[in-house]
Structures are given as C-alpha cells and as structure tokens.
Design a protein around this ligand. Structure first.
Ligand code: PLP
Length: 382
C-alpha cells in the first residue's frame, strides 16, 4: 500500500520501478551523463554501461553477435520488427500473419500495412485466447514473410505455444516475431531453442523505467532484411537512431537481471498472491468467472462478476487501483478486442476487471483488496 492508502493491482499496465533499478540508473543522470558516441571519458563510461547492458540482455535471450537494439518502447520495437521487415521485403513477399488478441502495437501495424498494399491474416483464437499452431501452418502461403505471435496476453494472460509455432516457421522459412512485453523476465526465452527470429519487449512491466524497449534479432538461421523506420545519426546500427538513453538502458538491464535472479522465488510468491485473491473471492461470493486459461501469465487475473460492471467496481472501491479489461482499451472507451475475440458478449465484457500482482504487493494487501470487493459486491447485490 502506498501513502495514499491505495492498493496497486494494475501491474499488467505498468509497475513500480524497483529501488535497485532506480539506484543502478541514478549515476547515469547526474555523474556519468556522457553521450556514448562521444570520444572522451564521459562518452566512454556511458558507452561501457550501454554495452554491458546489451551483453547482459543478449545473454538472457541467447542472442549472438550484436543484434540487440535499444528502442524507446516495446511499441517502437514491434513497429520496427514488423514494418521494417515488410518494407525491406516488399518486392518479394507481401503476406503477414498474426492473431486476434495481439496488442494494438501489432494489430495497428498490420492494419497500416494492409492499407499500403500488403496482405494480412489475423487468425481467430479459441475461448481461452489460444491461437492454433495448425491454423498458422494452414495460413502460410508462398509469399508469407512473417508470423507475429505474442508470448503472453496483457488482458487474459494466455501463454501462446511459441515452441510449436517456432517449428512451423522454421520448416516454412517464414520469419517469426514475438512480442515478449508481458512475459520476458518471468519465463525463459532462448531465441534459438524457440526458433524466434525477432523479439520485442520493454522494461516497465517488470519494475524497470518507462520509455525504453529492445529489439532482438536472431540471425543464426535465417537472413533478416530489415529497414529502419526513422533516419538520423546511425545509432543502433541505423535501426533505432537517436542519442541513446543511457540511464534507461541501464534500468532495463537491471530490471531483467533482478527478474532472472529471483525467478523461482517470485514465481511462487506471485502464484501464492493470485491464489489467495482468487479463493477469497470465489469462497465468499457467487458468480465469479475466470477469463482465459487456468495456467496463465504469472501475475495476471481477468475476472468477471455476474451483474456487476467493472466501472461500478472501480468507481465504488476507491482504495484499489485496477483496470477494466486493459488500460489501453479503457483509455479509448472501446470494448476490449481481446474479450470480444474469446467470445464474450457486451455484458460479460462490461463486467470484466483485470488484476495484476507484483513483488511489491503483500499477502495482507491482497486479502484486504479481495475482502473489499466481496463486501462491495454483497452490498450491490442485496
Ligand atoms: N505489448 C504488450 C503485450 C503490452 O502489454 C504492451 C503494453 O501495454 C505493449 C506491447 C506496448 O508497450 P509500451 O506501451 O511500453 O510500448
């Protein structure tokens, strides 16, 4: 709980910066503030920090050579991966495949490409949000360039079967991109084992700073032709030009490092919190339904409550911070495309709330939060 007495349960939207991340970043704001491209000692110190961060992240994902680039967000990384390869291969291949519950950072790029003359296939998902790898295989055509499938869904926590999809993309020689934004740091992703060709992610879902992302390219098996979307000073091999944001890069690698070091303990801890929250609700009120699969993104829960709208819940319980569906969808006031894709009707979508847990939540907070919801719903249903 913070000083406003507000319990934060919106950790799929963004997370609090870990104090260890903040401490690692701090010197790069006020002492080591050089531009990594500069030839003097300030530049060298900044450049050493950037390259150490790059090395750490490359190792984490099993990326060889120099092919890990820093971007300003996961969104930018996804745009470069999909649009950049589409533009570079336009004269040869014009078909791209994704699935219906991707983040708008993917779906909107697909729409834009469609308007520019590419052909796109957006595959349906089942009632728990899974895309069938066989459907991907069937959708691949001779001029299919790329398949983009997220690792973990930000609303309903579905973990896609990247291994099976990777095999299909390897056999068919189609590029395989994955948006790892919600899942990196929480699970193991070795690009060669999963046969991933491109990965995108960011820092702020795992207690790192906002405004920093990464694009990883795995060029060991396939040739990846990719164009920049912006032009400038040539930083990051020309793919993401602009002066590097050294403190944020350091924060990103520190955030990933902390996740990696504490993975087992944190997995247990978050599972425990989520279970406590879920059982407290289901044992005390009727009509609580889980959206998405039982085995799901570690820190995510999407629930709907019969005859209770999530807006009533959010506005009625002022001591809890959580969201209706997803932050992005609610910001626009549109019904969630993810909940729609898994077959929910309007009233089910309206009654859906998303809860995201983190290392900074305590068991006591979770119990308090669940009891407040129980009490509110009991009163509302009287
Ligand atoms: N992909 C997924 C799955 C996300 O959850 C988000 C953030 O909500 C993004 C991409 C975009 O991240 P950012 O807004 O940090 O660029």
């Amino acid at each position: 709980m913070n000083k406003n007495n507000l319990i934060y349960l919106d950790n799929n939207s963004t997370t609090r910066v870990d104090p260890r991340v903040f401490d690692a970043m701090a010197p790069y704001f006020h002492e080591l503030y050089g531009n990594p491209s500069s030839p003097h000692r300030y530049g060298l110190e900044a450049s050493i920090a950037v390259e150490a961060s790059r090395l750490m992240i490359k190792k984490l994902f099993g990326i060889e050579d120099r092919e890990l680039y820093f971007t300003s967000s996961a969104t930018e990384s996804i745009n470069i991966a999909i649009m950049g390869t589409a533009f570079a291969n336009f004269s040869i291949k014009k078909h791209l495949i994704t699935q219906a519950t991707e983040h708008p950072a993917v779906l909107e790029v697909f729409k834009s490409l469609e308007s520019l003359g590419f052909r796109t296939t957006v595959l349906d998902v089942d009632g728990q949000g899974f895309v069938d790898p066989q459907a991907i295989k069937n959708a691949i055509e001779p001029d299919t360039l790329l398949v983009s499938i997220m690792a973990a869904n930000n609303e309903i926590g579905t973990l896609q079967d990247l291994v099976s999809i990777g095999k299909i993309c390897e056999e068919t020689e189609v590029l395989f991109h994955s948006d790892l934004t919600q899942a990196a740091g929480r699970y193991d992703f070795n690009v060669s084992e999963i046969k991933l060709d491109m990965i995108s992610g960011g820092a702020h879902k795992i207690h790192g700073p906002k405004g920093i992302g990464y694009l990883g390219l795995n060029k060991t098996t396939k040739k990846i032709r990719i164009n920049p979307l912006m032009y400038g000073g040539g930083q990051e091999n020309g793919l993401s030009p602009g002066t590097l944001n050294v403190p944020l890069i350091v924060g990103l690698s520190k955030a990933l490092e902390i996740c990696e070091e504490n993975r087992t303990g944190e997995t247990e801890f978050l599972n425990g919190l989520r279970q406590l929250f879920f059982t407290t609700l289901t044992e005390n009120i009727e009509g609580v339904h889980l959206n998405g699969p039982g085995i799901r993104l570690l820190n995510n829960l999407s629930l709907r409550f019969d005859n209770i709208s999530s807006n009533d819940l959010i506005n009625g319980i002022k001591t809890l911070a959580f969201s209706a569906g997803s932050a992005c969808a609610t910001g626009e006031g549109k019904p969630s495309h993810v909940l729609r894709a898994i077959g929910l009707n309007d009233s089910q979508i309206k009654s859906t709330a998303r809860f995201g847990f983190s290392r900074f939540n305590s068991g006591h907070e979770i119990l308090t939060a669940a009891n407040e919801i129980v009490n509110f719903i009991k009163l509302k249903r009287k």
